[in-house]
Design a protein around this ligand. Structure first.
Ligand SMILES: Nc1ncnc2c1ncn2[C@@H]1O[C@H](COP(=O)(O)O)[C@@H](OP(=O)(O)O)[C@H]1O
Ligand SMILES: [Mg+2]
Ligand SMILES: [Mg+2]
Ligand SMILES: [Mg+2]
Length: 334
């Protein structure tokens, strides 16, 4: 049964705010170094520091809750990463969190679970690390999943303005508790505002967003889908779950994430935070075949392919055009 989750929301908001503060400090440094992970993707001091502070807060408040987080300390423990670990320590100490290298690796590894549990958190300490390194959009994403359902979700977006077209306050926190609507508040604090998806029912003026990285979502296929739907606007490209944020606020109507290679499975931390925020704002999220996302398989969405996010009203039509376009592509490749 879902509860009111007052304490969970309070702890998670505090944790995401602190993490966002660390990320901002690192991004403002003139050079942000990164390490290459085993899969060749980048990871920065801020990814580790963010995961450390959030896991530390969760550990203190909910010591029994497992956390399925993106990072682990293995990469940090190599000799070449020693200066890197020292920088993580420095960044944390600047916000008043003092710990030994062992403490820090221990906090990070609190987020090292990969197995499904009846209640767990999932964390992406920096979603959109490539955007972060370019000085563009990124998000700190945290969600609580109970009995396979996302019940609490938060997206900290330090480079997203509170209003479209870079108007309003820079740096927002979006959050939702199942059944209680979706809300936005400046990361620096203030009065939360309820947010809603757009009410667009036609495609001519629809705004579609997708990844900046063509390796993360098939741009060519989305262009064909947009064309088939009669969408005239060019796609808006932005990194991270900020895409879920802009659909939840009604700044965009559609977010497409179309598989670029067979065999890739979406990671739960790339979606959980965004999914509930969009659903509580009135939108809809499925995979590219129209199936709901299933958060019951551990760290991956094993039974889903890609993602389609809409304001709800446009969903069915978008799914059917994506299905058609993927079939046409497959037929051509044979
Ligand atoms: N082939 C692939 N298809 C889809 N997503 C991928 C991918 N390779 C990496 N990613 C994910 O894409 C995320 C960024 O998404 P986006 O392009 O929307 O900003 C990355 O998150 P991290 O930046 O947290 O590592 C990573 O998990
Ligand atoms: Mg990553
Ligand atoms: Mg991610
Ligand atoms: Mg990440």
């Amino acid at each position: 049964m879902s509860g009111s989750y007052t304490q969970e929301l309070e702890v998670a908001q505090k944790a995401v705010r602190i993490a966002a503060q660390v990320c901002q400090a690192v991004q403002q440094a003139i050079t942000t170094e990164s390490l290459a992970k085993k899969d060749k993707s980048p990871v920065t001091v801020a990814d580790f520091a963010s995961q450390a502070v959030i896991c530390r807060e969760l550990q203190a408040a909910f010591p029994d809750d497992p956390v399925i987080g993106e990072e682990d300390s293995a990469e940090l423990k190599t000799a070449e990463a020693a200066p890197f670990l020292e920088n993580v320590q420095k960044e944390l100490s600047q916000i008043g969190i003092d710990g030994s290298p062992e403490d820090i690796c221990g906090w990070i590894d609190r987020g090292g679970s990969h197995t499904y549990a009846s209640r767990f958190w999932t964390l992406d300490p920096i979603d959109g690390t490539k955007g972060f390194l370019r000085g563009e959009q990124y998000a700190v994403s945290l969600a609580l999943i109970v009995d396979g359902k996302i019940d609490v979700a938060l997206l900290g977006c330090p480079n997203l303005y509170s209003e479209p077209n870079n108007q309003g306050t820079k740096g927002v926190l979006l959050y939702a508790v199942r059944g209680q609507g979706a809300w936005q508040v400046p990361l620096s604090g203030g009065e939360p505002q309820q947010i809603h998806c757009s009410s667009a029912e036609t495609f001519s003026d629809a705004r579609l967003c997708e990844s900046v990285e063509s390796g993360h979502s098939a741009h060519g296929l989305s262009a064909r889908v947009a064309d088939a739907l009669g969408i005239k606007n060019d796609p808006v490209r932005l990194d991270s779950q900020a895409k879920y944020a802009v659909v939840a606020r009604g700044d965009a109507d559609i977010y497409l994430r179309l598989p670029t290679r067979p065999g890739y499975r979406e990671k739960i931390w790339d979606h959980a935070g965004g999914v509930l925020v969009v659903e509580e704002a009135g939108g809809k999220v499925t995979d590219v075949t129209g199936k709901p996302l299933e958060f019951t398989y551990g760290h991956q969405l094993e039974e889903n392919l890609g993602v389609i996010v809409t304001n709800g009203k446009l969903h069915e039509a978008v799914v059917s055009k994506v299905v058609e376009a993927r079939q046409a592509e497959e037929a051509q490749q044979q």
